[in-house]
Design a protein around this ligand. Sequence first.
Ligand SMILES: [Zn+2]
Ligand SMILES: [Zn+2]
Length: 442
Amino acid sequence: MIRPIFSKPSIILFLVALMGSCIAAHAQTAPYQATRTAAEAIEGKVIEWRHHLHANPELSNREFETAKYVANHLRELGLEVRTGVAHTGVIGVLKGNKPGGVIALRADMDGLPVTEIVDLPYASKAKAQYRGAEVGVMHACGHDTHVAMLMGAAEILSQRKDEIQGTIVFLFQPAEEGAPEGEEGGASMMVREGALKDYGVEAAFGIHINSQTPVGQVNYKPGGALAASNRFTITVKGKQAHGSAPWAGIDPITAAAQIIQGLQMIIARQTQLTKEAAVISIGKIEGGVRENIIPNEVTMIGTIRTLDTEMKKEIFHRIEQTATNIAASSGAEAIVNIEPGNPVTYNDPAITRELMPTVVATAGEDNVNLVRPITGAEDFAFYAQEVPSLFLFLGGMDPEMNRAEAPGHHTPNFRVDDRGMKLGVQLYTNIALDYLNNKARK
Ligand SMILES: [Zn+2]
Ligand SMILES: [Zn+2]
């Protein structure tokens, strides 16, 4: 985590400018107090929901019981509910008592094929079939907390319809971790099935809990916050020959070795790393059968991570150019295939600036941190690609715990402290109210 040098004073200035006077400031803090009181009042319920979801995790595109649980809650609150979106997605629509804009709040619902080893009364014992084998299932990324927090925010907001100038769309999304092989799913499918367009959503907001950030802290990064992730394959075609006489053929193995080096030159020598970070990694290389046969072909698979869409395009172009030209220099041929993946999770700078006073007022000035981007990917990016968005990271680590020892996401001993959720409920609530009310004032 990187502490901001310039951001906090500028936030304070912005806040002061925004509030104008003490009276106005007092009028502004009252709704935050109301949210805090409401979040404290339902904290026990939110924790109970989370424990239920944690004990009953479901894999991507299989969130059947989770979806029912969410839909029942939203119906009880009197929201208009749509189910079966992108397979198991649930959308709840809350219309405020005054007309205005439309904002979406998103939570992802899926667990992972991980066997939980945490000693907790609500630890998961769930099992499922995955890729032809039985696996343990666990909420090892904290999506159970996302669902519980958003259910909590829906409850609070449904009781404050008088204050809502517009409409709040609650997106409970399946398959953030990726749909099973041969299936579609996740945020891109939600978008395709109208999760934003059908309601006229004009801004989207999401939160991800973090197991290595202390409870009470909020991390944000304007611009590219999480990387675009693209899988790619390079097939190097040579000409088979006896290992003792390489000149009789074209060696795709040495060409592949040069290409791998060349790809790192793109990052080290041709990418403006002061602008944003970028990564190219080869994760698998395959070719040949034995020591004295130069094979006909080598295949390698890798991942590209970028934080800026223009840089992404440039890197794609250079990968193609580097691989084909290096292969050609030895008479081989390289075929490059870069697959579409998650776009950059882009935090719109204007929305970030507009909502940061809300985040600061909700979490407390000392608890909001400007951080470096993450080269992991998040499919919230597909909403951010459609409408201006903000995606925040929320502390979920027991403050007594040592950050270095806190288990990471997707591990069998991953854990999130329940106390972190109260702030998440407030953030969802205050951001929705402030975005819509700011807009109405404009
Ligand atoms: Zn995850
Ligand atoms: Zn996640």
